[in-house]
Design a protein around this ligand. Sequence first.
Ligand code: NAP
Length: 339
Amino acid sequence: MNINNEKIVLASRPSGMPSHSHFRFESTDAREPENGEVLVKTLYISVDPYMRGRMNDRKSYVPPFAIDEPLSGGVIGQVVSSLSSELEEGDIVIGNLPWQRYITAADVSLRKLNPEAAPITASLGILGMPGLTAYFGLLDIGNPQEGETVVVSGAAGAVGTAVGQIAKIKGARVVGIAGSDEKLAYLKEELGFDEVINYKTDDLQQSLKKACPEGVDVYFDNVGGEISDAVLSLINQGARIPLCGQISLYNLEKQDTGPRIQGQLLINSALMKGFIVSDYASGFEQGADEMAKWLREGKLKYKESIIEGFENTVDAFIGLFKGENIGKQLVKVADPEMI
Ligand code: NAP
């Protein structure tokens, strides 16, 4: 097939912060679809922190990316050729797909999006994996009650922005921790967080004490490390700690040893529970419906950081570990075509 196709493969496994040398762009053929398949043109690629873990050769809840094979993740595309009875040319679809400009995929591996219902990119963010992570992790494990204090780290990211707003919907006081004053201003002025802390410039322990005079009832942990050590020193009796991510540790070259927190959990009868969003797969439809309702009612807002160009996908991914994004980080590869 005469299409200029390109893919991004894992060239080598990083130890520490990933760089361009760990990725390679390669040209590749676009295969004609067979029965039950479609050819998809990539429109948006989602870059996510968990992909860093897949670059390591280590057992986890998803297998590692293979060397010389394309990385993959959430992708929105448009069907440009179809041999499927379910999908036709022009349909906008989402799936877990390789980082390629064009992909031949089985129709059963894709979900058709309705661009009339919500902007299509919301399916990779607030109404997709990160939004559902916030929804289930906070409501099922955190279970915030009216008047309680909820602290969220990584507060200005795709998950954190949703966590803080859902906690506000439930009537909690929300304290967000993030890494720039621009992010803090967004959280406070646009999303209505009660208190915000810049972990790079503020005295974290003092600021947390001031922001949480009645202690911490729920800590939604996106980052781990020293930020979490500081928050955990302030938890209340019966505190709940949804353990969502540990981004501050993903690029460490040596094992991190922090305070041993078991004693703190014990004396406070606190619950700390790790989770993977897919644990809640059976509830995704209900969760996305409720999030969409809050969006329509104006109770929930979202922001996207969009980098243009397939060639900038690696920069967008590495930027996650430098705090370059506010809200969901996406790569725009192409505009949909009117077919
Ligand atoms: P994100 O927040 O949109 O992007 C990453 C953000 O993390 C950056 O903007 C940066 O913001 C912050 N960060 C980077 N390095 C850091 C460090 N060393 N210390 C503190 N903060 C750092 O990403 P996301 O998609 O919302 O994911 C947030 C967390 O949830 C990640 O840990 C991710 O792995 C996890 N997650 C878990 C699940 C699950 O199923 N359990 C699902 C989705 C995501 P600052 O400017 O504030 O530093």
